[in-house]
Ligand binder design. Structure first.
Ligand code: NAD
Ligand code: ZN
Length: 355
């Protein structure tokens, strides 16, 4: 299956399904004239599990391989600098291509490297996590600064995305949960039927069939694209994609990245935002049923013990999406209909205390 992503700056295909990696060689041959070098950026975990497969597809090219530490450690200035150094040493040029082979962390790093190397060379996303159905589409790339996550980056779109779902079979349960939370988010902010389909058909994250996975990731990508297509640079409705992220990011930051996965933190944030939506935006929703469902899938549904409300509030204010220190939440008027609402600090503190 192919999804066509449209943005103001570029249109590109997402090839999704089991085995789509086998089409990569033909794509490279057809798409690029005089391709000089292929530069693969991957992390240690993905390299160990799946690099052989990618290399065999790229035969007879002789790709350069740059391996980063796994997870968020890929998104540092040091790794960014080392990737650029390697690209220069190995004489990449404007006719070369970077392949981002990994989860969102590798994708974010690789896209940013591609955006600045010689003022921009092409790159292709080959995502290996469920979460990356979100991160590989939309063109946001970034590394982290000690003062803030994703603070240094660029909007830069890939030439194509090859989403081979066979590669996802090795994901550990917490990474499956992390990515699936974003699928639920996409359903909640845009498609009530999709939401009820998910809720009735997914009861066990280890038992999702290949067909179901293709369908739910395809839907998630299409929804993400709906928001990005209309608002590539996030001046308006793209902000709705931050549903659950205001508190989610604060929890992640307070606990320390890596102690909880992104999506698992966002799930707690979504439950909080759903509760606020019922109180402040007129949402009619069976929240208890929702909580029961996601607990059954293995999610935590409360703010982890030991986090101080004041620190969480401070982190929410530092979120670069909050304008002028007042906190703007994405709430739902109904499932599929998001709105933005400024909520006072005192209300937030009260609500967290009783959450
Ligand atoms: P990740 O890339 O850190 O991957 C999570 C873990 O899974 C890592 O340890 C990785 O080595 C491992 N892994 C990856 N593929 C695997 C596989 N097939 N089998 C087994 N293990 C595998 O994280 P992620 O959850 O994919 O993405 C999170 C990152 O994405 C964050 O840095 C976040 O900021 C970013 N993000 C970006 C956007 C965007 O629009 N650019 C959107 C959402 C998230
Ligand atoms: Zn997210």
């Amino acid at each position: 299956e192919t999804i066509h992503i449209q943005t103001e700056s570029k249109n590109y295909p997402v090839y999704i399904g089991e085995g789509v990696l086998n089409k990569l060689r033909t794509f490279l041959n057809d798409y690029f004239t005089n391709l000089t070098r292929i530069f693969i950026i991957t992390d240690e975990t993905v390299a160990n599990l799946h690099l052989d497969k990618l290399s065999s597809v790229l035969n007879p090219w002789n790709p350069i391989i740059f391996t980063t530490p796994s997870g968020e450690k890929a998104k540092t200035f040091e790794v960014f600098y080392a990737a650029l150094s390697k690209a220069l040493e190995d004489q990449l040029d404007r006719k070369s291509v970077i392949l981002a082979f990994g989860g969102g962390a590798v994708g974010d790093l690789s896209g940013f490297v591609a955006s600045v190397f010689m003022r921009g060379i092409p790159f292709i996303q080959i995502p290996t996590t469920i979460l990356a159905h979100d991160s590989a589409v939309g063109g946001k790339t970034a590394i982290n600064h000690p003062l803030g996550k994703n603070m240094i980056g660029a909007f830069y779109q890939p030439e194509a995305v090859f989403y081979d779902l066979e590669l996802l079979r090795t994901l550990p349960p917490q990474e499956v949960r992390s990515g699936f939370a974003e699928v639920i988010k996409h359903a909640l902010i845009h498609d009530v039927d999709f939401y009820y389909w998910l809720k009735t058909s997914v009861q066990d994250l280890n038992a999702i069939s290949a067909e179901q996975l293709t369908e739910l990731l395809t839907k998630g990508i299409r929804i993400k694209n709906e928001f990005v297509r209309k608002d590539e640079k996030e001046t308006g409705i793209r902000a709705y994609l931050n549903f659950g992220h205001t508190l989610g990011h604060a929890i992640e930051a307070e606990m320390g990245y890596g102690s909880i996965t992104h999506g698992e933190a966002v799930m707690i944030g979504m439950i909080f935002a759903l509760k606020l939506s019922k109180q402040l935006a007129g949402l009619d929703f069976e929240l208890e049923e929702f909580i029961e469902w996601v607990e059954g899938l293995g999610y935590k549904t409360k703010i982890p013990k030991g986090l101080s409300v004041e620190n969480l509030l401070r982190k929410m204010k530092h979120d670069k999406k909050s304008i002028a220190e007042s906190i703007r939440f994405v709430l739902l008027e109904s499932i599929g209909r998001p709105i933005l609402k400024t909520i006072s600090d005192s209300t937030i503190v009260e609500e967290i205390k009783v959450f």
